[in-house]
Structure formats: C-alpha cells, structure tokens
Ligand binder design. Structure first.
Ligand SMILES: Cc1cc2nc3c(=O)[nH]c(=O)nc-3n(C[C@H](O)[C@H](O)[C@H](O)COP(=O)(O)O)c2cc1C
Length: 201
C-alpha cells in the first residue's frame, strides 16, 4: 500500500495536533499514514529514518522556534545524513508544515529549512497548493483555510493556549488538505513508477 510518513517534533502539542490532521488528509486520499514523533535530541533516530525509507514520501513538521525549526527537529535532520549518504530517500515525495505564535514569526524560514532538507535528500517537494484567501483581512478568521497565505507549505498560527483549543479549525483543515494533496500525489507517483517498470520489462 502507498504510504506516507509524517515526521514531526512538538514541544507543547500544537505541531502534534496538526500532524494528526495531516495524517487524516493522507488517509482521506486512501493512503496509509505513519505518524513518527521526534521526542528528544538524544533518542535513537534509526527507527524513524527506516520508517521513512520504507515509505513513499515524508511530510516534515516542526514548530518555529527562534525563527527556524526547533532544535530537536534539527538534530533529527542532522541524523538523517545517514539516509543522505546512501540516497535512501531519493525521489520520494516531501512536504512540510510549521506553526508559530505570530502570524509571521519568521516561520517561512522554518519551511525553507524543511524544503532544503528534502532537497538535500533528492526528494520532490510538494507545496501547499491552496490559494491565499481572496477576502479582506478583517474577514479572515479562525475558520479561514490558509489564513496567513503561505505557498511553500503549511504556516499555521497558534495562540498560547492548549493544543485542543488552538490552532483553530482553519489551520487543521489546511493541514488536512496538505495531507490529502501529498496522498493523491503519492498515488500518481506510484502509478508512474509502475508504468516505468512495465516499460523497462
Ligand atoms: C523556544 C521557543 C521559541 C519560539 N520562537 C518563536 C518564533 O520565532 N516565532 C513565533 O512566532 N513563535 C515562536 N515561538 C512560539 C511557538 O512557535 C508556538 O508556541 C508553537 O505553537 C509551538 O508549537 P509546539 O506546541 O508544537 O511546540 C517560540 C516558542 C518557543 C518555546
């Protein structure tokens, strides 16, 4: 079965609840979703790296801390150099999501880091694919999809509230739509790979 891994770190739960919505979107596409939680900087990352190697793609998620991915996610990214050296993730699909307190919060930088990680592995980056909301800013609210108007990936905003309260519905729906987009792309990608094999036979 086509399979997408969602590898994320979350210090306070906001990235984690979004990861669950991303997984829901992947499943809505009829694709298996594997949630891989990056717990801490000293854990053994090999099982997570192997899960990604066994998947058709990975969606990376990290909170924005000090204008970039969290330090724990960065340690995981460095550990993924093991897969870099063998080319284990080459040609897989990739996408990314982040969440920060501010509407900007410099989270574009975090998404850029995630896309560069994917590029270093030779993965194919899938952007968010949702137009920025074409309504007056004053009408954008917690239910608005892609309310900050991001293109490279999901840039969610969460208040300093419990993760079951914030991020709000619109951010969860955006996360689900990102998962759906990657899941559908993975199905197309797998069909293309099958056709390539048939042609070569
Ligand atoms: C160490 C640290 C640094 C942070 N830096 C930023 C930042 O640069 N920009 C911002 O808007 N929010 C920043 N925040 C707020 C977090 O991005 C926000 O609380 C996010 O929802 C946390 O996600 P998490 O619950 O998955 O850890 C920071 C929080 C922490 C703990």
């Amino acid at each position: 079965m086509t399979r997408i891994a969602i590898a994320y770190h979350s210090g306070y739960g906001h990235t984690e609840v979004l990861a669950q919505s991303v997984a829901q979107g992947v499943r809505d596409a009829g694709v298996e979703a594997v949630l891989l939680k990056i717990d801490n900087a000293t854990q053994d990352f090999d099982p997570l790296l192997d899960e990604i190697t066994a998947s058709d793609g990975a969606i990376f998620g990290a909170p924005t801390y000090m204008g970039d991915v969290s330090g724990v996610f960065k340690v995981f990214a460095d550990a993924s150099s093991k897969a870099f050296f063998t080319g284990a993730w080459r040609d897989k699909l990739a996408a990314g999501f982040t969440v920060s307190h501010s509407f900007s919060g410099d989270k574009l930088h975090a998404l850029s880091s995630l896309s560069i990680l994917a590029a270093q592995h030779g993965m194919n980056w899938i952007n968010l694919g949702i137009p920025a909301p074409n309504i007056p800013a004053a009408e954008r609210g917690p239910d608005t999809v892609n309310r900050v108007g991001s293109f490279i990936g999901l840039a969610a905003q969460a208040d300093n509230a419990a993760a079951d309260v914030s991020p709000p519905f619109g951010e969860h729906e955006t996360a689900r739509l990102l998962g759906l987009r990657v899941g559908k792309a993975a199905l197309r990608w797998a069909r293309g790979a099958e056709a390539e094999l048939k042609q070569a036979a």
